[in-house]
Design a binder for this molecule. Sequence first.
Ligand code: EPZ
Length: 420
Amino acid sequence: MAKFLVEKCGPLSGEVEISGSKNAVLPIMAAAILTEESCQILDAPVLRDVDVMCKLLGSIGSAVKANYEENIIEIETRDIVAKEAPYELVKKMRASILVMGPLLARTGKARIALPGGCAIGARPINLHLKGFQALGAEIEEGHGYVEAKADKLIGANVYLDFPSVGATENIMMAAVLAEGITIIENVAEEPEIVDLANFLNKMGAKIKGAGTDTIKIEGVGKLHGTKHAVIPDRIETGTFMVAAAITRGNILIKNVVPDHVKPVIAKLKECGAIIEDGDDGMRVRGDVNPLISTDIKTLPYPGFPTDMQSQFMAFLTTVTGSSVVIETVFENRYMHIGELNRMGANIKIEGRSAIIQGDRRLQGAQVISTDLRAGAALVLAGLMAEGTTEISEVYHIERGYADFIEKFRSLGASIKRMED
Ligand code: EPZ
């Protein structure tokens, strides 16, 4: 198992280029199953999770060529040899369940290992299955697997009890080849949903409303191959914005879609950070004003993203004043609090709220990364903590951040990776 050794560093400075979005490229790779023609995905980030998705598509029968030098992934699924996502891949990456909708639409059958829970919550897939059933699929669960079967998928109306990102994506991918009209209400509005819909429409799908709370899909007979560049990663963007603020630095972040990080911009400005958006990128400065506390409530897009909660919390331990953070999307996304408190933070959990005391002098310690974003939060805290912070289980971080250490080093951080 690898570890990161993070030294206290001065203000970060310089510029960093954001990679393609993990949470956009994964569903788009799965959507390539919907056609037997070749799809070319550009600006694909080099990530462990992308590797796992390449392996999963290969096991289904896709010919996958990943050119990580050029950030291009080519997928051609002429014949499908397996209609399932096996447990050994699903347990590595829960996003494997995103092949369920495309497999069901293309072959009439999909068998997926139940993803189970993870550090941040139970992560059920009931809404995914509700959508498939509405489209006419029969669902069977047993021995840790779930199977969906349908001779034909028929367009239907689906209401999502919660605007689930994955369920929206899976049902959309199942509906594009269904007969007739599908209307999905109370859907997720994340930019990654819009990127997937754009990719599917380029393949010949007829999807309207992506990015709003209702998506309308007119089923078509066949989809063709296409070429598509994925959007920049808004959570990586937010992570580097917070890195500039927590170190009181001054960095230029390139390849950013400011619209996708509006809540993070708003909240950092409330804390006193200076954020300027220019032609060459977004400049974030934490070195101008004294930085003060604010309150955060995570919500589905366009609210404050849950995937930025832990990073922002690390930052709030260093500002003047107390802050309140409320996590409303996942039921157990406070695992990083215990680790931050071991570094000298003073954060108390009261029900679903976390109360963060400011002006803390953090100290380096041995800590554990419990999930992708918690790991990033511990690195950010380590940049400000006296001495060395040793972070274990960093494979979480490497699953979701491309060239993580290199990018931080280029801004002046001192982070070393060592095998345990
Ligand atoms: C996606 O996960 C992202 N992953 C997550 O990013 C992100 O945190 C999450 O959306 C919310 O924005 C990818 O896109 C690969 P959800 P997903 O379904 O689709 C409940 C990261 O760090 N729910 O929107 O699994 C669920 O329990 C990762 O990059 C149901 O109840 O998230 C949770 O409380 C972490 N039933 C809430 O919805 C369902 O059928 C949000 O889950 C599905 C979800």
